[in-house]
Design a protein around this ligand. Structure first.
Ligand code: M6R
Length: 605
């Protein structure tokens, strides 16, 4: 949601800002704006629509400024139109602001400022900050006015703030919405995440909540509104490859990222498995061994696909460890009176590390002294700094709105963690066999991905249906949830997932010859049970699409997966459903990487 990019340096700011906005598109947006300041002049362009349309408008103009800010807006307050597109200004059109987040007390602030004769040009919450600074400027200097204004703001924010009269001066501020500083050679960047900056630097400072950074004449200083003093910056390196943030030869990020699923697993496994000793080694957990021994209950928490990874974790931990395990949706958990205690282990799952509901659920659990682990993909993101220990996924940047390879990497960490915690414990599962199977898993997924044309043919057959059930049991119920979400998200087709056994308790009422049901039924201990449900659908003329390693001809469509051990089947069935959603969406002409109404990183509640 909303993307922010800022630049102060020696280069022309225009291409840097436009390129940055393009790289931030994946976050989801409906309009965009850019501001460039030079010694003599400033330029502002706004567009309801795509960054490329904005770039087209600017391309023949001679704009030379070395300071720029850009913003992609995902509307919250005020309609999707040019007047609400950022940047926003004060009455004099001198102080500018771009913003990601929500100013919760904007209504009162605006009323108060209007009483003081401030004239507003937009319906946004953002604009109040520019006027508030203008108001305080009557009695103090710019920096002080900004700090005082920020102290009045309730809600969440990542702001870039500046003045058209100060071509070497830019301010960034963060509370709950992401903002990072990128350090180049004689140039400083600000952005919502590292993606648009990888081309220029691998050195980043991840701002903390209440940090305000002042950039002036090539230098910067970080002031904490929480500590009321300046802070020592902590510079961190991210060594993501620049090619990872381009589509390479693929038509869409989503397809590229599905194809990267085997690599995401390999990269996540490699530092943690000693295949010779047949042991799991989590260096990250060395200092927490005693804490982990005392754990009596595990809670997984996440949203959307990350929640499904948690559900997979619940079923797996129950099988491998003799513990009580829950999987919870962040946006629910945060408002519940969940019985956390010091013997609860909270496992927070998130690709972006910026999902606000997950951040808030974690904060609430921390109040009860819960020990927390993070399974997070973006290094340095907000969640990585809030959990006690990070077990990062190494899936690389994921830019399509639909999460794919990150899920496989999250499930990989969950399996590794279960095996690690099972050490010296009695368990019915063949631990050594599981470790060994990790070697073959990426190869088996690659085999599935090579057979994409078979999945494309199934997509051609199913694209005519408007309604889908996805059914599976236990681990494959997780696959079902993921398959249904992906089809909804990118193909805009109505899809619901149920545990296969639940189908008879209501959902089956909808089944007829116009209805499609996707069964995920590997040849495992639950095969026969799910097969009975499949027959029940067929008996009602429902169209069955089956994914299994046991051949079946008498169905509407069939895809054969390789065989593996029970806990690993979702690693094979999920890529099939990812490709199925992808091809169906493509055949229906959908906008795959940036589906309507959705954002990659959900930073508003
Ligand atoms: O960045 P996160 O993993 O915390 O995001 C959680 C969900 O918003 C995300 O998985 C969402 O459901 C995806 N669009 C699913 O494809």
């Amino acid at each position: 949601m909303c993307g922010i990019i800022g630049y102060v340096g020696k280069e022309r700011a225009v291409p840097i800002i436009l390129n940055g906005l393009e790289k931030l598109e994946y976050r989801g947006y409906d309009s965009c704006g850019i501001l460039i300041i030079s010694d003599k002049k400033s330029f502002i362009f706004k567009k309801v629509g795509k960054v490329k349309e904005l770039a087209e408008e600017i391309k023949d103009k001679k704009i030379d400024g070395n300071l720029g800010v850009g913003h992609t807006r995902w509307a919250t307050h005020g309609g999707v139109d040019e007047k609400n597109t950022h940047p926003h200004f004060d009455c004099e059109n001198k102080i500018f602001v771009v913003h990601n987040g929500i100013i919760e007390n904007f209504f009162e602030l605006k009323k108060d400022l209007e009483n003081k004769n401030h004239k507003f040009n937009s319906d946004t919450d953002t604009e109040v900050l520019a006027h508030l600074i203008e108001e305080y400027l009557k009695e103090m200097q710019f920096k002080e006015a900004v700090l005082k204004a920020l102290k009045q703001i309730k809600g969440t924010y990542a702001f870039l703030i500046g003045s058209l009269e100060k071509p070497n001066f830019l301010i960034g501020a963060r509370k709950s919405s992401p903002l990072i500083l990128g350090l180049g050679e004689n140039e400083i960047f600000l952005a919502s995440d590292p993606t648009p900056l990888l081309k220029y630097t691998n050195k980043f400072i991840f701002l903390d909540d209440y940090d305000v950074v002042f950039i002036e004449d090539g230098e910067f200083e970080i002031y904490s509104l929480l500590l009321n003093k300046t802070k020592e910056p902590k510079i961190e390196e991210i060594n993501w490859n620049v090619t990872e943030v381009s589509t390479s030869d693929y038509e869409h990020y989503m397809l590229k990222e599905i194809k990267e699923e085997p690599r995401a697993i390999l990269q996540t496994v490699a530092p943690r498995v000693n295949f010779l000793k047949k042991e799991i080694e989590f260096e990250e957990l060395e200092k927490s061994k005693d804490k982990l021994k005392k754990i009596e209950k595990v809670v997984f928490v996440g949203c959307g696909t990350a929640y499904y990874a948690g559900l997979y974790g619940k079923y797996l931990f129950e099988d491998i460890l003799n513990l009580q395990v829950d999987a919870e949706i962040s946006s629910e958990l945060r408002y519940r009176n969940y019985p956390f205690n010091s013997k609860t282990l909270l496992i927070v799952i998130s690709q972006s590390g910026e999902t606000i509901d997950t951040i808030e659920a974690l904060k609430k659990a921390k109040e009860k002294k819960v020990f927390s682990l993070g399974i997070i993909n973006v290094p340095g993101s907000s969640l990585t700094r809030l959990v006690d220990v990070n077990l990062l996924t190494f899936a690389g940047p994921e830019l399509a709105v639909a999460s794919t390879k990150a899920l496989l990497a999250q499930m990989t960490v969950i399996v590794l963690l279960a095996l690690y915690l099972a050490k010296n414990k009695k368990t019915a599962l063949p631990i050594e066999k599981i470790i060994y199977e990790f070697k073959d898993l990426p190869l088996k997924i690659e085999e599935i991905l090579r057979r994409e044309n078979e999945i494309e043919k199934i997509a051609e057959k199913i694209k005519k249906f408007n309604n889908f059930y996805f059914l599976g049991r236990k681990f494959e119920y997780v696959t079902a949830l993921e398959g249904a979400l992906k089809l909804k998200e990118i193909a805009y087709l109505h899809a619901e997932a149920y545990p296969a056994g639940e189908m008879k308790h209501g959902p089956i009422a909808l089944v007829d010859e116009n209805f499609a049901t996707i069964f995920i039924n590997p040849y495992n201990s639950l095969f026969e049970k799910t097969k009975s449900n499949l027959e029940e659908i067929k008996a009602r003329k429902g169209n069955v699409i089956l994914i299994s390693d046991k051949e079946e001809n008498d169905v509407f469509a069939f895809f054969k997966i390789p065989t593996t051990i029970e806990i690993f089947y979702p690693f094979l069935t999920i890529p099939v459903l990812h490709l199925l959603a992808y091809f169906t969406a493509k055949k229906l002409g959908r906008e795959i990487d940036r589906p309507r109404n959705l954002a990659k990183s959900v930073t508003v509640e």
